[in-house]
Design a protein around this ligand. Structure first.
Ligand code: SAM
Length: 391
């Protein structure tokens, strides 16, 4: 079984400085006092810093996300090691948090990571896209954003304050979001700062891990704090990150391993993560109802609708790859029907068998499902297909 080495070794030399890049920014902000700068040595590998640095780090898995496969990485790895010889590329086409693609990320492996939601595209780009950003400057920007004091109400606090977030945090989130747009000098820098904001939100949100609803009681206040993402830039040189419908993208790419983790029931991810999508796209649309959701019609996934089987068949027919791994749960019949799987096991097998021999692997585990019980006894399955007629 392969395991990632998240070595935290310090490669950067701290240095004292009194200067600020942001002295001329708006008066609403606290004067920034950067106690030191972080300078890289010649090998720019990780964001990292000495223990004196005020801003800590977070890893890609430090986030609550429905259906995320972080706890199943060893299971997926075992199947890949057993079945997929000498692979050079892997496509995580329903990437969500991106932990699966990230797990296989290495200098000699090409990771293609894709998700229909822009909030996931931003964080997948942050952790997996190749970049040449100025690390010294961006560390200063983190400290600057953390130092902001929000006095006025803004779009975010008006809609999400005193519900999904404490009002103070909501005002700060809105202010930080505005500033990220102003201070980012490249798309990659913006993606890194936005990712930090997405992960920071998750730590202070008055929710059970998604934004379908907020908790009635606001009893867990913590101040919002941006951390720096732990990225190993050396491994990202071959990767591509996309924000497309999987059925559109599949026609444009090829890979050795295609990992599929589509939604399997009628619960749309754009409903559960509308707030992050609104924050990232920042078009400030009207929001509706108690849950304050924006219009999401353009984001609805076929995999959550009656058209799921057609979409799945189309995806498999057009996949140019050597191996297919599909995560798909069958949670049985639930009372409200919303948790029922959209595609039956027989249908999955019939479709996959068009491309080659299929095996099913099972493992028990405790999923992140926002506190609901799993009627299937926490058994996770992976359908493996060895493709014999690659396109
Ligand atoms: C079960 S989650 C994937 C979780 C992921 N494996 C992880 O570990 O975080 C399914 C993902 O598919 C995305 N999605 C749904 N329909 C899609 C489509 N048609 N094309 C691309 N992504 C889609 C959703 O936004 C969601 O993030």
């Amino acid at each position: 079984m392969s395991s990632r080495n998240f070595s935290n070794q310090s490669l950067f030399i701290p240095e004292v400085s009194q200067c600020s890049l942001f002295d001329d920014l708006k008066e609403e902000k606290q004067v920034l006092k950067i106690s030191h700068l972080i300078r890289t040595n010649s090998k720019k590998q990780y964001f990292t810093s000495s223990s004196k640095n005020k801003t800590g780090f977070f890893k890609i898995q430090s986030r609550r996300y429905l259906g995320n496969k972080y706890k199943l990485l060893n299971f997926i790895s075992d199947i890949v090691n057993e079945k997929c010889n000498a692979y050079k590329s892997i496509c995580d086409i329903f990437a969500g948090t991106g932990v699966v693609g990230h797990h296989f990320n290495d200098k000699n492996i090409k990771v293609i990571s894709n998700d229909r939601l822009e909030s996931n595209y931003v964080s997948n780009s942050c952790f997996l896209a190749s970049t040449d950003i100025n690390q010294e400057e961006i560390v200063q920007k983190f400290e600057y954003l953390n130092s902001l004091i929000a006095r006025r109400e803004n779009y975010f606090s008006k809609h999400y304050g005193n519900s999904y977030f404490d009002l103070e945090n909501a005002k700060k989130i809105g202010l930080i979001r505005e500033e990220i747009e102003k201070i980012s000098i490249s798309e990659q820098e913006r993606n890194i700062l936005l990712t930090s904001l997405i992960y920071a939100l998750d730590k202070v949100a008055n929710t059970v891990g998604h934004y379908d609803a907020y908790r009635k009681k606001m009893d867990n206040y913590k101040p919002l704090n941006l951390l720096i993402p732990f990225i190993d830039f050396r491994k990202n040189i071959n990767n591509n990150v996309y924000c497309e419908d999987a059925n559109v993208l599949i026609r444009k790419i090829d890979c050795d391993i295609l990992y599929l983790d589509p939604p399997y029931n009628s619960r749309q991810y754009c409903d559960s993560y509308h707030l992050l999508e609104n924050l990232v796209t920042w078009k400030k649309p009207k929001v509706f109802g108690k849950a304050k959701k924006m219009d999401r019609n353009h984001l609805k996934s076929h995999y959550c609708l009656k058209t799921a089987l057609n979409a799945f068949r189309d995806l498999i027919e057009n996949a140019s790859c050597k191996h297919i791994l599909l995560s798909y749960n069958n949670t049985g019949d639930s009372k409200d029907g919303r948790s029922n799987a959209r595609i039956s096991d027989d249908e999955i097998l019939n479709v996959l068998k068009m491309r080659g021999k299929v095996e099913i692997f099972e493992r028990n585990y405790q999923a992140f499902n926002a506190g609901k019980s799993d009627p299937n006894g926490n058994c996770e399955r992976i359908f493996y297909c060895k493709v014999k007629n690659n396109l």
